[in-house]
Design a protein around this ligand. Structure first.
Ligand code: 2NL
Length: 368
């Protein structure tokens, strides 16, 4: 047997026996690489006399082709074996339920705020926001509550220390209502105006029905000939949309707020349904009653002047309502304090899906 035959037999058996692609690549380099044995033989051809080259040339080239083919065959065999092994080991059970993703819930207060924004947007109101840390002037003075006014005491205000005086030297405080947002908007945008201002407000008060932080939404409409009729229609339309009932009945009672004149307290008729007060119906009917829901009135001329609006040219109505209270009434939640306990079990129960976006077409604010 010639050297070439030995080399061929060796190559055949080792290629056939290559255990994996790495070993096979090693063999390819060993035989056909630049320094490979077959490449080495090919290089010797040039130095041979022509007759011998005619004999050896085809043999060496033949050997190179055979080894190339053997390498390719073995490569394919190894690759298909590897694929078979992967298919056998990596089977996925597509019937397995997917792992559950942690999912949050929308707090009822946030949900109700979104519902209110949606309803009032449909009535042409823009949403206005402003700082929660306010100065005395925007929170009180501009709202016709001068220093020493007895109504200021009713607000249980959280004040900042005197060293942290406001821009005008007045005290800084946590806003006790969102009215200062309306003041700021009147000053910056002028009239006419149609806005709601939802947000957090603070009062130093804490018991079963009061938390030191709570949520309020105020509404303000300023135009040339706005009157109490517009106020009543707006509140009625809003409450019908919000509680998704056509039979919401309002009762307007005279009241007092320093920032409105006249001031009107708004009661809503309720009905006893299995021991629960459900809004709707005439509060004077048997088994019914009235529930105080919000405060409102015509913007006091003094307030307009503080906000650089001429009361002889502009007038308007305003209202304020507690958002937490609205959420409790609409969604049957009894305990206000649970709103701010951060108990995840409570939130999972009363919370809303992030996909449950309030829209007029999908329920919230279905128009009468
Ligand atoms: C209540 C009463 C009310 C207002 C808020 C207001 C704002 C401006 C001018 C005039 Cl800038 N009024 N807001 C008016 C009446 C009542 O809230 O009991 N809220 C829970």
């Amino acid at each position: 047997m010639s050297d070439l035959d030995t080399l061929a037999a060796d190559a055949r058996s080792r290629i056939a026996g290559a255990a994996d692609l790495t070993a096979l690549e090693g063999l390819r380099v060993e035989f056909l690489g630049k320094q490979g044995s077959i490449s080495g033989l090919l290089k010797t051809l040039g130095a041979l006399p022509p007759e011998q080259r005619q004999i050896e040339g085809p043999r060496i080239h033949g050997l190179r082709e055979e080894v190339t083919a053997a390498l390719a065959d073995r490569k394919q065999a190894l690759e298909s074996a590897a694929l078979d092994a992967r298919l056998a080991s990596e089977t996925i059970d597509i019937t397995l339920p997917a792992a559950e993703l942690p999912r949050g819930a929308i707090h009822p207060v946030s949900q109700v705020m979104d519902e209110l924004a949606e309803i009032f947007a449909d009535l042409g109101f823009a949403v206005a926001t402003g700082p929660e840390i306010e100065d005395d002037w925007h929170n009180f003075t501009a709202l016709n509550l001068p220093e020493h006014h007895p109504a200021r005491a009713m607000h249980d205000t959280f004040y900042f220390p005197d060293q942290m005086a406001g821009p005008d030297g007045g005290k800084m405080l946590l806003r006790t209502h969102t009215s200062p947002v309306q003041v700021r908007t009147m000053l910056s945008q002028g009239a006419p105006l149609r806005i709601i201002s939802p947000g957090r407000v603070y009062r130093s008060d804490s018991d079963a029905t009061h938390t030191p932080m709570f949520h309020q939404i105020e509404g303000l409409v300023i135009d040339r000939d706005i009157h109490l009729g517009h106020l009543k229609w707006t509140l009625e339309t809003f409450l019908k949309a919000f509680f998704e009932r056509d039979d919401i009945v309002l009762r307007l009672r005279p009241s007092y707020f320093p920032f409105t004149e006249p001031s009107v307290e708004v009661d809503v008729g309720w009905e006893d349904v299995g021991g629960r007060r459900v809004l709707g119906g005439d509060g004077d009917a048997p088994g019914h009653g009235w529930m105080e829901l919000l405060g409102s009135g015509m913007v006091n001329a003094q307030v307009l002047e503080f906000c650089n609006l001429d009361p002889n040219e502009w007038q308007g109505f305003a209202f304020g309502v507690g958002v937490d209270r609205l959420a409790m009434l609409k969604y049957g939640i009894d305990d206000l304090r649970a709103f701010f306990d951060g108990d995840l079990r409570w939130l999972r129960h009363y919370g809303f899906s992030a996909f449950d976006v309030p829209t007029l077409s999908a329920g919230v604010g279905a128009r009468p």
